[in-house]
Design a protein around this ligand. Structure first.
Ligand SMILES: [Zn+2]
Length: 610
């Protein structure tokens, strides 16, 4: 019964087409490639802090402002599949069908999620809209009494209904967010006035290709959004899929192919061509260089000086103090940093404007973060530009900013940039048949330690040329570790734990090399220090906690562990985890392993640091 209503209720809300209607981007040409549009999307730039009643969430690389009602466990109790799981499902679907570049572009579109907002359809159809894309200006929205920050955003008006339609018993399998995202692309990139879209729709209607009652027939906007869904996913009426569309509506198919690309993700992954894994930063100014950074007052973490930024790949992370979930995201960044630091990556963290020094310090003291921490580093760009923390700014080895945005999606980009820098250091244009693939894989972002292992195997190759090139590769990859080894040596007396962590990293990353042997030789000097022994013991407990954490993560509803149903269904596991956490804190307070365990625990028990 209600499903009929829901099928009708998916639409875009357009403002009246009058002089006031501003088309932000007027791309008249249609023969364009989504991947080339790096600067064209405009996100409704907002500071999530300033929207009371909503929680900022990152799901699968998308940014969402989720209304408190959606997160209220009482509202979702009746559903098997919870609202956040539904959002996760739809967003994962979008990520799966899109090529990396259009995907990066869509991830810049903000998604608002309301629980039960009623909005009548504005395109002449019956019923209330389920989701909308507001393609107007802030002023227009304000005039209509709508939150002006929703301009250029996708809004799920009735998450309750969307959750309902994705329950296992009657999952429609349609992706409402993809439909709305298609409207966003239509408005922001192609322009609602685009003649090709208008023509293709008109043609299809003249040829009676679509049933007049079908949603695609409503107008050119819905036609465009529905055909995008058919092309990338499926729709629940004919033409259901890309194959159907190709046979049934050739012009519509060509339009979609031209826009979204022929290949979907799996085919692209198979191709050998080197595509940069750096996500697009369409909404941010990238006219920044490392020379424009002024680190200022360092207040915590490993020591870092201004001069060490030169010639390095630099990741600057802007962090807002006092948010546990954001702190946990920084731990991920720290893991990538540890893997890549010796190969040429410099990472540092700076507080955002609203973060005070004591709060930043508290974050560092209650976590296992050791990244260099600065109270407020200065950059030569307008800091008034709004962003969502933790915000990353990545610089290539030449000092140019190449990415700004979500800090949790930089892993591949970091490896790629470090690989590019290493290739530059190697200095040769081409290599022998055996070494060239290693250099290429480095340039594509393969972890340098893996490339090193392969290069070591070629050092004793009978071909003199191959052996020499392999040695050059090994030496270049090992260069950075020399400084770390020196650091470790200097820390043996004053900070044996830190020295141990350095040595451990070298031994792990540089297996079978001279530098790893040197590290191993120093190890006995710190191995027996009390702090190191305690850390090693704490790690054993941490492993147990990590296993429990991963088991819990695999349970249904784990995306929102605060719900009563999740707690009941997993009470034994949660009790076990709670006990393990109490034990590690009691036996090994303040070790890096314990700090990591505590942070893992916060997700399940929602306790504060105090
Ligand atoms: Zn629509």
């Amino acid at each position: 019964m209600c499903r009929v209503g829901l099928n009708l209720a998916q639409e875009c809300v357009m403002q009246k087409p009058c002089a006031l209607f501003v088309i932000v981007f007027s791309l008249v040409l249609f023969s364009f490639d989504l991947s080339a549009q790096t600067t064209a999307t405009k996100k409704a730039l907002i500071k999530p802090d300033f929207v009371p009643g909503y929680k900022t969430m990152m799901i699968d690389g998308f940014t969402l402002l989720v209304h408190d009602k959606v997160l209220d466990p009482k509202n979702s109790e009746m559903f098997k599949v919870k609202p956040l799981e539904v959002l996760d499902m739809e967003l994962k679907m979008i990520s799966a069908v899109l090529a990396p570049k259009p995907l990066a572009l869509l991830r810049n579109i903000l998604i608002w999620v309301e629980w039960e907002e009623q909005l009548a359809m504005s395109n002449g159809r019956q019923g209330n809209a389920l989701a909308v894309f507001y393609g107007g200006t802030q002023r227009q929205l304000l005039r209509e009494g709508t939150q002006p920050l929703k301009a250029n955003s996708v809004v799920v008006l009735r998450m309750k209904s969307l959750t309902k339609e994705h329950q296992p018993e009657f999952d429609t399998k349609r992706c409402v967010l993809l439909h709305e995202m298609a409207h966003a692309v239509h408005f922001q990139l192609i322009g609602y006035e685009n003649p090709t879209v208008k023509q293709t729709y008109k043609l299809a209607m003249e040829r009676n290709l679509y049933d007049r009652t079908s949603y695609a027939a409503t107008n050119e906007h819905e036609y465009f959004a529905e055909m995008s869904c058919a092309y990338l996913n499926r729709i629940d009426y004919f033409p259901h899929t890309r194959e159907d569309l190709k046979k049934h509506d050739k012009a519509g198919f060509a339009l979609m192919e031209n826009l979204w690309g022929k290949a979907t993700k799996p085919t692209i992954a198979k191709s050998k061509s080197v595509t940069s894994p750096i996500p697009s930063s369409s909404t941010f100014n990238l006219e920044i260089t490392t020379e424009g950074i002024l680190l200022g007052n360092q207040i915590g973490g490993a020591n870092l000086t201004q001069s060490s930024l030169k010639g390095k790949v630099v990741a600057a992370i802007l962090h807002r103090a006092g948010k546990d979930d954001e702190l946990a995201q920084l731990l991920k960044v720290q893991t990538w940093h540890r893997e890549l630091a010796d190969f040429g990556l410099v990472t540092f963290v700076s507080g955002t404007n609203s973060s005070t020094e004591p709060n930043l310090l508290k974050d560092w003291n209650t976590s296992s973060l050791t990244l260099p921490l600065f109270a407020k580093a200065a950059f030569n760009f307008k800091v008034s530009e709004p962003f969502i923390p933790p915000h990353a700014i990545l610089f290539d080895y030449e000092g140019n900013a190449v990415y700004r945005g979500d800090a949790t999606s930089i892993e591949k980009a970091l490896r790629y940039l470090v690989g590019q820098a290493l290739i530059e250091k190697l200095g040769k244009d081409s290599y022998t048949k055996l070494v060239q693939p290693l250099v290429d894989s480095l340039g594509m972002g393969t972890p340098p330690s893996q490339v090193l292992a392969k290069a070591l195997a070629l050092v004793s190759n009978p071909s003199k040329e191959v052996a020499e090139e392999a040695k050059l590769l090994v030496d270049t990859l090992c260069e950075g570790a020399t400084a770390t080894l020196e650091d470790a040596n200097n820390l043996v007396e004053t900070d044996p734990l830190q020295a141990f962590l350095h040595l451990e990293r070298i031994i792990l990353n540089y297996k079978n090399t001279a530098i790893a042997n040197k590290a191993r030789a120093i190890l006995p000097k710190v191995d027996k220090s009390k702090k190191v022994i305690i850390e090693k013991q704490a790690r054993i407990k941490l492993e147990t906690i990590k296993k429990l954490d991963s088991v819990l993560n695999g349970k249904p509803g784990s995306i929102n562990p605060e719900t009563a149903s999740f707690k009941t269904a997993n009470s034994a596991l949660l009790t076990q985890l709670g006990e393990a956490l109490r034990q590690i804190e009691k036996a090994y307070p303040n070790t890096p392993a314990t700090m990591e365990a505590k942070l893992l625990g916060k997700r399940w028990f929602n306790t504060n640091a105090d």
